[in-house]
Design a protein around this ligand. Structure first.
Ligand code: PLP
Length: 489
């Protein structure tokens, strides 16, 4: 039955190969500007370059073959999110300190489901979430030393789902746990809300039809509180139960900011849970000049999430999620089987984060946040955010000054949505030209841009936020866009 000795990598071998891998990453970062930002491979090309079956005998002692495949097969299939010309979607920042924090987490190999399974995993995370409350000027009620608290989730989609679980617990006085929820519970979002809120309603068993679409102001694309109030009142009159309003600070399409204070007043009047999805934009509040984006949060938000893994120099995954009253969250998610019982949990003096998330197991993600905040400090993080916001404002100024283009939505942060005017072309034809410009630019390998629709028309999103992006790169992108539009005209 025995297949012989297990060929573990010895600590000395790890030192040797680890240096090689760290060196590879550093060289990759240096080479980034020379690589095509959007992967140019065709479907199936990466799979075809790899053996169809696993090796029976491993490479024992050598990484040569694996590193060669990394360079020749995997790397061409990479879209380079850290490239200075990456301006698609929202950024997914990586940084040296974050990668090293992740490496430490992997090296420790901790699974932090319970406080007892590694006290430091839980307590460092609590401290990091409290630090973020300070750094972002969020309400003290979110801190871990009171009724509220914060936790790292895997994503904002996950955070939106657990927020809905807490909201349903709140709306049903806890009977959601024993009896489930009937189809009468309603979730309110706008047309600009991220699709993960509807997905959360589906996963909660409410279905998409439990999601009401609140109107947005056509100029700002922000939720209209008066329409929310009408919808909530109508649902209540019909005997339905308004359970959660999902307000967005920084929508995915255009970074629209919902008026949280007015929305919160409606929620307060009707006893509805207010969740704030600030996935991309929330971390901008590290800049005191941008803290206004969170107006109303301190008074009204029951839960709030923002992603350090988008714009705060922390590798995926690191969603910071807070609740004002943790009882609804843990009430909704806690189940204690016998095999997880332990003295610390029974004492009631510790937090077991398994009760704050979907999964049981969890990585030691706080280490990378700790490294990032410790390395950059509040001033460094502010400079990172403010630098990108300044670049976006400059770009918006160039676009506004060029009568062949228009800026189509407010741009308070680092995303600029713009549209070539295409004089003489009908809307549909003009939209086709805009999409064709984006495709040509992306094929060039110099930049990666994505689109959205505003008022039904195709627009170009320029999402500034990669750590390596500088003034020169933004200027280059603007020149490329102008040249491509001229070539299509
Ligand atoms: N919410 C908003 C407002 C977003 O912009 C996004 C992604 O861009 C998400 C949620 C989903 O984020 P995640 O990938 O962390 O699930």
């Amino acid at each position: 039955m025995s297949s012989g000795p297990v060929p573990h990598m010895s600590p000395d071998e790890f030192r040797e190969h680890g240096r090689r891998v760290v060196d590879w990453i550093a060289t990759y970062w240096e080479r980034l500007p020379t690589l095509p930002v959007l992967s140019q491979v065709s479907p199936g090309q990466v799979r075809a370059g790899l053996p169809g079956t696993p090796p029976r005998i491993g490479s024992h002692g050598s990484l040569d073959a694996l590193m060669a495949d990394l360079d020749e097969v995997v790397l061409p299939g990479i879209t380079h999110w850290q490239h200075p010309g990456f301006m698609a979607y929202f950024p997914a920042n990586a940084s040296g300190p974050s990668v090293l924090g992740d490496l430490l987490s992997s090296g420790l190999g901790v699974q932090g489901m319970l406080w007892a399974t590694s006290p430091a995993c839980t307590e460092l995370e609590q401290v990091m979430l409290d630090w973020l409350v300070d750094l972002l000027g969020l309400p003290a009620a979110f801190r871990n030393d009171g009724a509220g608290g914060g936790v790292i989730q895997d994503s904002s989609s996950g955070a939106n789902f657990v927020a809905l679980q807490a909201a349903l617990h709140h709306a049903t006085d806890g009977t959601s746990v024993t009896d489930g929820v009937s189809g009468s519970h309603i979730v309110y979002a706008s047309s600009q809300t991220h699709s993960s809120v509807e997905k959360a309603a589906r996963m909660a068993g409410l279905g998409s039809r439990a999601v009401r679409t609140v109107n947005v102001d056509p100029a700002t694309l922000a939720m209209v509180p008066a329409h929310l109030a009408e919808l909530v009142a109508a649902d209540r009159a019909a005997g339905l139960v308004p359970a959660m309003v999902a307000a967005t600070i920084g929508s995915t399409s255009t970074t629209a900011i919902d008026p949280v204070a007015e929305i919160g007043a409606v929620c307060r009047q009707h006893g509805v849970w207010l969740h704030i999805d600030a996935a991309f934009a929330g971390v901008a509040a590290v800049s005191p000049a941008l803290r206004w984006i969170n107006d109303g949060v301190a008074d009204y938000a029951d839960s709030y999430c923002t992603d350090a893994h988008k714009w705060l120099l922390t590798n995926f995954d690191a969603t910071a999620f807070w609740v004002r009253d943790r009882r609804h969250l843990t009430g909704a998610l806690s189940i204690l089987p016998e095999y997880l019982r332990n003295q610390a949990s029974d004492s009631g003096t510790v937090v077991d984060y398994r009760d704050w998330q979907i999964e049981l197991g969890r990585r030691f993600r706080a280490l990378k946040l700790w490294m990032v905040i410790g390395w950059y400090g509040a001033d460094g993080l502010r400079a990172h955010i403010e630098g990108h916001v300044a670049l976006a404002q400059e770009l918006a100024g160039w676009v506004e000054a060029d009568d062949r283009f228009e800026v189509v939505a407010p741009h308070p942060l680092s995303l600029v949505c713009l549209r070539p005017r295409w004089p003489g072309h009908e809307d549909e034809e003009a939209d086709g030209l805009t999409m064709s410009v984006i495709e040509s630019l992306n094929r060039s390998g110099k930049v990666f841009l994505t689109h959205t629709k505003v008022a039904g028309r195709a627009v170009i999103r320029v999402a500034i936020g990669a750590p390596a992006t500088t003034h020169e790169h933004v200027q280059d992108v603007w020149n490329l866009i102008r040249a491509e539009v001229a070539a299509h005209s």
